[in-house]
Design a protein around this ligand. Structure first.
Ligand SMILES: C[S@@+](CC[C@H](N)C(=O)[O-])C[C@H]1O[C@@H](n2cnc3c(N)ncnc32)[C@H](O)[C@@H]1O
Length: 257
């Protein structure tokens, strides 16, 4: 039988636990084909044979498939809604918020959440869990040092308060860094903790198949306490939130019933 993308996804699943079958096929195939062509291979079979022997190539494959693009205060207007409307309501019900940044990439998102929460709570009372499938992204997140372009949307006062500049790079202050705990997690395979007040999951669902998305929305809903909120990316509106026991609180914010 010919070795095709389907066989490649099976082999990768066995090797890494990542099921490419749950990612939109045309898009993923295009990304991976352009990588293997750049590396001098002409089909998925040769590419996989090379990945088996070369740890660095496996890393490049992981890097290409994960797409880590992110920035602080990404889609700033949405974060204003979180700050002005969602957080005050959540704090009204419960001062000890359980917060999860899912698919946090290199950390800009969970650090943004900590900066926003610091408008309401002493830093010592803030604790955020942040997860991603990509070890390299998590390592960068823990380091907390970013190029200037990652800070484009950061308000000037926050930049002064929570970053220190070193040449062209900006380091997140230790008091913010200490509020976030990073952990590796695969949203498509691993267990979700229950009773969250806020789950932020932005700009990753766009890569998943419809079937995978539905399953994840169910799991997010189960991972929220009643009244808790799921905050999604700005192209990721949920078509039928009621199906998952959710209702729209604002555009891109869904409250668990
Ligand atoms: C485009 S970034 C989004 C970062 C951030 N949430 C934002 O909106 O700026 C997508 C992230 O999803 C992660 N990712 C992809 N598949 C995943 C999975 N199955 N489980 C957890 N994270 C995943 C990637 O590693 C990448 O860091």
């Amino acid at each position: 039988m010919a070795y095709d993308y389907g066989q490649f996804t099976k082999d990768i699943h066995k090797k890494t636990g990542i099921n490419l079958f749950l990612y939109k096929e045309a898009q993923m195939k295009r990304r991976l084909t352009s990588l293997y062509e750049k590396k001098g291979y002409s089909n998925f079979r040769d590419f996989y044979t090379a990945i088996e022997k070369d740890r660095q190539l496996l890393n490049e494959f992981l890097d290409r498939m994960t797409i880590n693009v992110t920035e602080f205060y990404r889609n700033e207007k949405r974060w204003a809604v979180l700050n002005e409307k969602i957080i005050p309501r959540l704090l009204n019900q419960n001062k000890n918020l359980k917060i999860w940044s899912a698919a946090c990439s290199t950390g800009e998102e969970p650090y943004t959440i900590a900066m926003i929460l610091s408008n309401y709570l002493p830093l010592s009372e803030i604790s955020i869990k942040a997860t991603d499938i990509d070890d390299n992204a998590i390592a960068k997140a823990k380091l907390g040092v970013y190029p200037e372009r990652s800070l484009n949307e950061v308000p000037e006062a926050i930049k002064k308060k929570y970053f220190s500049q070193d040449g062209n790079f900006y380091a997140v202050s230790p008091e913010i860094k200490n509020r976030v705990t990073f952990k590796k997690q695969n949203l498509l395979a691993d267990h979700y903790d229950p009773n969250h007040d806020l789950i932020v999951c932005r700009n990753v669902m766009i890569y998943f198949t419809e079937q995978a998305k539905e399953e994840i929305y169910h799991k997010f809903s189960e991972a929220l306490r009643p009244g808790g909120v799921l905050f999604v990316g700005s192209t990721e509106q949920i078509f039928n939130p009621a199906k998952y026991g959710l209702e729209t609180e604002d555009t891109f914010f869904y409250r668990k019933k």
